[in-house]
Design a protein around this ligand. Structure first.
Ligand code: CP
Ligand code: NVA
Length: 303
């Protein structure tokens, strides 16, 4: 795509169907050729990761992915660099931009990732902000494709906190790819109307009725009720009881449905131990797909 090459991955919002499909197709290729890639696009490069939140999957998959594409990588916890003592992100970006070839950032404010990309002038990847988790949805889509063949014509449901980074990334993906998406969430956790107006996708609907939402669903996707940074919000957590993914609620799902969870999973909160273990094959394939999807991102944006 030489006319409008991808420079960064900051959100799904800024992509389109062509770019999403290209990333998934490349992820399929890289998964098939793992250990035997004909080209190493990060050869001779050094990448950095700046994380201000915890991570298992994202950190490990990027550390492995960069190495598998020929590069080296350093992990920078915000506690250990001057960012954590108040050095502005734009200064951090201008320093790293002169030394490393790309940066992967996990933080709170989407604006920090945008600022880094503007000031650093190196490929920049959003590894989760409060606004979006673009790397995760790519892995989710790859898993849907592998398990169900396609997302076209499938009914996908996001049940739980309808207004977090995962639900928003799913909403943008549904807009561009055109599959039916139902967000089932307590009233106060539905995505706000100004956001839905901006998305403007008639194939995305909102409901407070979890049972109705799951009727006939092919893909049931959930996430933690309290995202990182919301720990201790007991009043919010208390709203979600009817939105648990459990045996009872899945009775009305479509035959052959799959259950997705980006992990980490809180048992007997958003999903029961029984259902997580029943669908562990899919859910851990989804986790593995982080590696393949992110290698596709790296190979696409590396300069
Ligand atoms: N799903 C996900 O991003 O996991 P980590 O927080 O462990 O990276
Ligand atoms: N919504 C979750 C996703 C974790 C991978 C969070 O932000 O904590």
């Amino acid at each position: 795509n030489s006319k409008n090459p991808m420079q960064h991955l900051l959100s799904i919002e800024e992509l389109n169907a062509e770019k999403l499909n290209a990333l998934i197709d490349l992820a399929v290729d890289l998964k098939a050729t793992r250990g035997n890639h004909p080209e190493l696009p990060l050869s001779g490069q050094t990448w950095a990761m700046i994380f201000t939140k915890s991570s298992t999957r994202t950190r490990v998959s990027f550390e492995v992915g960069v190495r598998e594409l020929g590069g080296s990588i350093m992990f920078l916890s915000s506690n250990d660099i001057q960012l954590g003592r108040g050095e502005p992100i734009k200064d951090t970006a201008r320093v790293l931009g002169r030394m490393v070839h790309g940066c992967i950032i996990r933080t709170f404010d989407q604006q920090d990732v945008i600022d880094f990309s503007n000031y650093g002038n190196i490929p920049t990847i959003n590894a989760l902000t409060d606004a979006e988790h673009p790397c995760q949805i790519l892995a989710d889509l790859l898993t849907v494709k592998e398990k169900l063949g396609t997302w076209e014509g499938k009914k996908c449901v996001f049940i739980g906190d309808g207004d977090n980074n995962m639900s928003r990334s799913w909403i943008w993906a549904a807009k561009y790819l055109g599959f039916e998406l139902v967000i089932a969430s307590p009233e106060t956790c539905l995505p706000p109307s100004d956001f839905m107006e901006k998305v403007n996708a008639p194939n995305v609907s909102l409901t407070t009725d979890p049972v109705e939402a799951i009727k006939g669903a092919d893909v049931i996707n959930t996430d933690v009720w309290l995202s990182m940074g919301q720990e201790g919000q007991k009043e919010k957590e208390a709203l979600f009881g009817p939105y648990q993914v459990n045996e009872e609620i899945l009775k009305n799902a479509a035959e052959g449905h799959i259950v997705l969870h980006c992990l980490p999973a809180y048992r007997e909160k958003e999903i029961t131990e029984q259902i997580l273990e029943l669908h562990a094959d899919t859910i851990f394939q989804q986790a593995e797909n982080r590696l393949h999807a992110q290698k596709a991102v790296l190979a696409t944006i590396a300069r």
